[in-house]
Write a protein of this length. Structure first.
Length: 349
């Protein structure tokens, strides 16, 4: 009987061993399913990445250049705000070249930054590189200037001024100032060709003056938002108008710096800026406000460069899981010479 029991126990052990071996073989023999292709998840750029409010944020920022006082103030605002918010900032200056901005954005993608922000030097030509950022799962924020892309999910938000409204404000002042005068000749110094501020400031100004037949834009050309080019183009305006026997009544410059360059040309031609030729500009940076306080610029429409704080707060919001409005418009005012004089002492830029 005992022998039988021992045999039964042995058989049971053998059976258990056989079952265990068969199971593990099943595990081993089932071919491992090929891993599903693990493409980086495409990011709905309006959605926030995994929220981890304590992780140090890395931001890749591509700046247009250093073409104007406005740009210098904008760069200072971005850099100082990054420090203030504890954000690790990678910063590049594109010297007003789109190819440099595209290169910088691709570098940030390779560096796997958390966010990319930039002020696009011109509106078009961004679809491909922004798609690369989206496919890499890196949200992109636009500051200052806009892009013209087919798929607006390629960026999370555009924070900056309403340039059309800035042009309207300038145009409305001109309509009011010259409402009782005939045959007013206007020359226009446009910003960087193809940039959203240049396109929209022109659009808003022309919309504002379209029902005033006494106002005519007789010359218009880009001054590239710089003082030097603004002076050069204004010299050519003065020369050609003189040869045509016509006077210039008003200069509309898309930014203070081109207006300041034009003032040099007007004075070198023996004319008085703000009197012989009235001047309206956009930005309201310190040098522009000083010229206005001195009566050389008659009206300035403000365009605030102080976007750094809003940008860094937006990154913190995204990191904590919040979503942002697609369009965040900066608030800004206008200045007559007296208002400029009063505001100058406390101007942050
Ligand atoms: C406007 C900004 C423009 C400024 C110029 O938001 O992009 O670029 O008006 C600057 O002074 O060069």
């Amino acid at each position: 009987m005992k022998k039988l029991a021992r045999t039964g126990a042995l058989l049971a052990v053998i059976m258990v061993l056989l079952i265990v071996t068969a199971c593990s073989k099943t595990k081993d023999t089932t071919p491992a399913a090929a891993p599903a292709e693990t493409k980086a998840p495409t990011v709905d750029a309006t959605a926030a990445p995994a929220a981890d409010p304590n992780k140090k944020i890395t931001l890749g920022f591509s700046q247009v250049g250093a073409e104007s006082g406005w740009r210098a103030a904008n760069t200072k605002s971005v850099q100082e705000s990054a420090k203030e918010f504890g954000i690790d900032l990678k910063f590049s200056d594109a010297q007003q070249k789109q190819e440099n901005q595209i290169k910088a954005i691709r570098t940030y993608i390779q560096q796997k930054v958390d966010y990319i922000a930039f002020s696009p030097v011109v509106e078009s030509g961004w679809d491909t590189v922004l798609k690369e950022a989206k496919d890499a799962g890196i949200p992109v924020l636009l500051t200052d200037r806009a892009v013209d892309v087919a798929d607006t999910s390629l960026y999370v938000t555009f924070m900056g001024s309403d340039f059309v409204e800035e042009g309207r404000k300038a145009g409305k002042w001109v309509v009011d100032t010259f409402k009782d005068k005939k045959d007013i000749n206007i020359v226009e110094l446009q910003g960087t060709t193809g940039s959203s501020p240049a396109i929209d400031r022109k659009k808003g100004f022309e919309e504002a003056i379209k029902d005033s037949p006494n106002l005519k834009i007789v010359k218009t050309q880009t001054g590239e938002f710089t003082r030097a080019k603004g002076k050069e183009v204004m010299e050519s305006f003065l020369k050609s108008m003189k040869s045509e026997g016509k006077k210039i009544d008003l200069l509309y410059a898309h930014n203070d710096d081109m207006g300041l360059g034009a003032i040099q040309a007007i004075e070198e031609a023996g004319l008085v800026p703000g009197k012989d030729i009235m001047i309206v500009t956009v930005d309201a940076v310190k040098d522009g406000m000083t010229a206005a306080a001195d009566g050389k610029i008659n009206y300035i429409v403000e365009c605030s460069p102080m976007l750094g704080g809003q940008l860094m707060q937006s990154l913190k919001d995204l990191a904590s899981g919040k979503t942002l409005a697609k369009r965040i418009v900066t608030k800004e005012g206008t200045f007559t010479p007296d208002q400029a004089k009063a505001a100058l002492p406390t101007r942050p830029y």
